[in-house]
Design a protein around this ligand. Sequence first.
Ligand code: SAH
Length: 441
Amino acid sequence: MKKNDIIKGKIEYVSDDYKGVLRANGITIYVPYLTKDDGVEIRIDDIKGNTAHGSLVKIIKESEYRIKPKCDSYMRCGSCKLRHVDYKYELELKKKYVENVYKKEGLKVKVNPVIGMESPKNYRNKVIASFKTGKGRIEYGMYEEDTHSVVYNPSCAIQNDLLNEILKTIKNAIESLKIRLEDNGGVLRHVMLRIGVKTNEVLVCFVTNNEMFPARGELVKTITKAHKEIKTITQNINPRRTSVVFGDRERILYGPGYIEDILLSNRYRISTRSFYQVNPIQTEKLYNKAIELAEIEKNDVVLDCYSGIGTIALSVSKNAKEVKGVEIVRSAVQDAITNAKANGIKNARFYLDDAKDFMDSYSGKVDCVFIDPPREGSNPLFLNALMNLSPRRIVYISCNPQTQARDITILKKKYNISEVYPVDMFPRTVHVECIVLLQKK
Ligand code: SAH
């Protein structure tokens, strides 16, 4: 077998990176966007030893797991990877993926069926669209995989419908006001939108490379007139030329600088730079499961590590004696403190700190700890300090099963790991969130 050979065959299974796998002449071939039982013709793109990567030439017989991807930009946009499979099968694939991740770390655990969405579409409450000057028109969208070319996709099927509409209005306003983008001598780079799905309040943030933002007054006027849901508009200034979207400076162009949303029974203030879960329907299922597993008792002291705007701590505050959150982003901690007050919660405290430093210097009673770190996971210093505090239960929530399983290999010295509960926070993409309960040995 060599590069550019055309191979006919049937996909045997789907790999952990969600590629279709077929075997021919002792070689295992990985092909993106294919699924189990697809009868296919593929082209070999590269081959090393017994492993090859290929691309699809044509599908000869469609698998029963295959569906028509309902998106015109699918296979170009870097965001969704599982639009070509039936949603029920997607949840099975994600479960198998989590099982394999845990197995590879040598952890024997039961992985429960993935808690999915009833209607897995238009769920994202946040959009970061990059704006580019295309041929004769302004274009915006997500980046193409591994590149900086923008895939123009005005009706993204995972984004909230109203946010898709507002993006169109912004594009039209930019064109009619002749606002120039960064790639054309102007200052505008990205637009971030966020909606509180329960309150219908929208935050718009323009990311520019300079404080000066010509015609911003007219832009604000035009879009707020068109969409009364826009409650606030901010400008973030990021002069750096890196792939990081936001800079350190921000100013308010319209409204109070934040929106609000309701999650479980509390109301939350969310500022531009604060983390907020992107799929609010699934977040409630995630939190309910995590809270159920925590089995908090009324005299418990509970820590919420990596607390964002305080959503987990404040959701469990009524079950506990005291809750404490720690978070590294200043605006998120400020939001959390305001959120506690606004919801009349008196037994919550929030700390601006690196979780590992906080944990390392903490001395006091702790009964239950929630950990919800970013994708890179937690760190050994934090985990060892946590084990020394010896809480009865640890509920570890993660959007990256790999770093979660890695961290659990440390915690398992003193904690029994029971089951994994995956929750599909990101349908149609490869991502999956997991909750794990750890109980003191
Ligand atoms: N539990 C929250 C936030 C989870 S996201 C929720 O469900 O909404 C992870 C959070 O960890 C983010 O808010 C991020 O700002 C914060 N974070 C990242 N690194 C951190 C660190 N080293 N110490 C404390 N917080 C950190």
